[in-house]
Every structure is written in C-alpha cells, then in structure tokens.
Design a protein around this ligand. Structure first.
Ligand SMILES: C/C=C/C(=O)SCCNC(=O)CCNC(=O)[C@H](O)C(C)(C)COP(=O)(O)OP(=O)(O)OC[C@H]1O[C@@H](n2cnc3c(N)ncnc32)[C@H](O)[C@@H]1OP(=O)(O)O
Length: 263
C-alpha cells in the first residue's frame, strides 16, 4: 500500500484514511489503484465488519489531482479512457462493498471526493465542510461518478450542481441527501462512533444484503415480476440463514443477538 493511504483496525472496524494532506487528499492514478485494492481486500476480510472512509489533514478529499489530470491531456484517448475506467472501478468497488461503509467528511469534498461520499452507505459531515461538483468549472464533467451522485441526490438536484459547479455547505449537502447528518466539528468522531455502535447491533449478513437490495430494486425498476422474484428469494434465504434464525430467536427470547461474521 502507498503512503497516500492509511488503514487502521479497531476491532471489526477498518478506517481508511486518504493521506495526501498537503493536496487536500486529491487522488491520482496511484491512489485510485491503492484505494481499490485495499477496499477489495477489506471486503474479503471476514474480520472486518464496517469500513470508515476519512481524510488526513484539513479535508476529506479535493477529488481528482488536477496536476495529474492536466498531464493526462497529453496522453492518448485510450490511456484517458483506461484511467477513467480505473476511477469507475474504484467507485463501484466502494458502492458494492459487501459490508456497511461510512464517510467521515470534514473540510473540502469536491468532484471525485463527492463521488466517494455518495458511494458510502452513511455519510456524516462536520458543520464547516464544503462541497462542490466543480468539474464544469474546469471544463470537465462528473461523468464517472454520476450514477452514484444521482442515486444519492436525485436527477433534479444533480442537474443544478453538475451544471453550475457551485460550492455548497454541509446544511445543503444534508438537505439534498448527500450526507445523512451534520454535527459540530468537535463532535464528528463521537457521531461516527455512535453510528458504528448502531451498525454493530444489526445482523452482518442483513446489513451486507441491504445495499444489494437497494441496488437490485433500482436496477430492476419497473420489471415487477423480476423484482418480486428477486426479493422473495432474498427473504427466503435470509429467513433460513443462521443469522435470520438467531435474530428472530433473540427477539422472541428477549435477549441480545449473538451475530456470527458475515463470511
Ligand atoms: C472525476 C473527478 C473529477 C474531479 O474530481 S475534478 C477536481 C474537483 N476538485 C476541485 O475542484 C477542488 C480544487 N481545489 C480547491 O478548490 C481548493 O484547493 C480547496 C477548496 C480544496 C482548498 O482551498 P484552500 O484551503 O484555499 O487551499 P489551496 O491553497 O487552494 O490548496 C492547497 C494546495 O492543494 C492543492 N490542491 C487542492 N485541490 C487540488 C486538486 N484537486 N488537485 C491538485 N492539487 C490540489 C492546491 O493547488 C494547493 O497547492 P499549492 O500549495 O502547491 O499551491
């Protein structure tokens, strides 16, 4: 793993910290590759139940490294396409990680940094956090991150923020659905811990399946037969699973559930 990424483990919680603080954690090809590989490894590690994404220094992430982007303008179209596909793979890996993810957002979250926030299941921001889908101001577009941002804030909001590239504050990020909670900067870690404690009460298989459920519902959309079939199959499997049996028994026996690992 490169120095630009740090991973800390605290019990079943893995915290990934982008670590290019002098550049507000802007990411280049190396950091994108390292983030993707680390997420894939955490996703497959049965000892990890939850992944927190955070930034070292003054910001969460200022998005793509603009020095790198400018240099790429001289590369071939195919190299640029492969580069963009690597970012797409990062976003998808985070979005589809088979365990809950939480973004801890402070300082700046711009461009691809907003994409990372949108790909996490839960996002908590500090009051002073600043956001922007600034690509249009740079003559670019938030194309690769668009599926995740549009899923988070909806098409109407996306049209405004994609077009104008305006900056917005944490209260606006909460209002449009990009973050779930905004707290004072000195309460950010406590709010993250409180959310982690809540996630710890839920069944690991159920929480891992929850995001797949949302994704399938959106993907299958109007095909209600396919959707009903997929959801019925999911519920049938969960009911008969060790976790489903334990969750129901624990409730009926008035005790706390004893969850097993998700894998
Ligand atoms: C598909 C994805 C596309 C994208 O993600 S496009 C990129 C979208 N991102 C942005 O538009 C953010 C650009 N950055 C900024 O607007 C500002 O910066 C900040 C709000 C993040 C911070 O402002 P302040 O506190 O005034 O600091 P500072 O002096 O502007 O930045 C400190 C150093 O950080 C470098 N830096 C900031 N963001 C990036 C970046 N995204 N790529 C490369 N470098 C960046 C600066 O240039 C500077 O560097 P030096 O100290 O050498 O002058």
């Amino acid at each position: 793993m490169s120095n630009a990424l740090r991973v800390d483990h605290d019990g079943a919680v893995a915290t990934l910290r982008l670590n290019r603080p002098e550049l507000h954690n802007a990411f280049d090809a190396g950091l994108i590759a390292s983030l993707t590989a680390t997420l894939e490894a955490l996703g497959a590690d049965p000892a990890v139940r939850v992944v927190v994404l955070a930034g070292e220094g003054p910001s969460f992430s200022a998005g793509a490294d603009l020095q790198w982007m400018r240099a790429m303008a001289n590369a071939s179209q195919e190299e640029n396409r492969q580069d963009a596909l690597a970012l797409a793979r990062l976003m998808r890996t985070l979005d589809e990680l088979p365990k809950p993810t939480l973004a801890r957002v402070h300082g700046a979250a711009f461009g691809g940094g907003v994409g990372l926030v949108a790909c996490c299941d839960i996002a908590i921001a500090a009051e002073g956090a600043r956001f922007g889908l600034t690509e249009s101001r740079l003559g670019l577009l938030p194309a690769v991150i668009s599926p995740y941002v549009i899923a988070a804030i909806g098409p109407r909001q996306a049209r405004r923020w994609f077009a104008s590239g305006e900056h917005f504050d944490a209260a606006t990020a909460q209002r449009i659905g990009l973050v779930h909670q905004v707290v004072a900067a000195d309460a950010l870690d406590a709010a993250v811990q409180a959310q982690l404690a809540l996630l710890g009460k839920a069944g690991p298989v159920a929480t891992a399946s929850a995001k797949a459920l949302v994704r399938d519902v959106l993907a299958l959309g109007a095909d209600r037969d396919a959707l009903d079939g997929a959801n019925a199959g999911l519920i049938a499997a969960l009911r008969a699973s060790d976790e489903g049996r334990e969750g129901l028994s624990a409730f009926l026996e008035k005790r706390a559930p004893r969850w097993m690992a998700a894998h």
